[in-house]
Write a protein that binds this ligand. Structure first.
Ligand SMILES: [Zn+2]
Ligand SMILES: [Zn+2]
Ligand SMILES: [Zn+2]
Length: 152
């Protein structure tokens, strides 16, 4: 994970060089952006609803503003200017799934219900975080996949 300083440095450097978000990646007509923060990457039968299979999400939202946002490769940490056209791009800023459904402890909201807490307790691994506390700002960085492990 890059530090906030490294992210700021990357951003300043990209701006100084006049690099545009998404540069170097093929431009395509983008499918809709979904509530989970991903660009729809699959269609769901029977009516071909654009969906994200990773987060099981089909709710379409307006594309958030990506100005001055940086995405990091979820595998190797390589940074790029955030753009919806990046492979496996996931927006994680304000209003995203990370900001609304994710607790500061790193677990989803549904891990904090009384039932979930009781279940964890019974399994011998009680949860230390018992109260869901979302971070409205989401995360500093978005994520994508740069291709470092190949494409299949
Ligand atoms: Zn998703
Ligand atoms: Zn990578
Ligand atoms: Zn928590």
């Amino acid at each position: 994970m890059p530090t906030p300083e490294q992210v700021a440095e990357f951003l300043a450097d990209a701006k100084a060089k006049g690099i545009k978000p998404g540069a170097g990646w093929r431009k395509v007509d983008l499918p809709p952006t979904l509530k989970c923060g991903c660009t729809a990457s699959a269609v769901r039968p029977p009516d071909n609803t654009p969906s994200c299979p990773i987060h099981d999400c089909t709710e379409q939202v307006e594309r958030p503003d990506l100005t001055d946002r940086v995405a990091i490769c979820s595998n190797c940490g390589k940074m790029a200017l955030s753009a919806f056209g990046l492979p496996f791009f996931e927006y994680r800023g304000p209003g995203s799934r990370e900001a609304t459904e994710m607790c500061r402890c790193g677990s989803l909201a549904n891990a904090h219900t009384p039932e979930a807490l009781a279940k964890a307790e019974a399994s011998g691994y009680p949860r230390t975080c018992k109260e869901f506390r979302p971070n409205p700002k989401g995360r500093l960085t978005d994520s994508y996949y740069c291709g470092c492990c190949g494409w299949d």
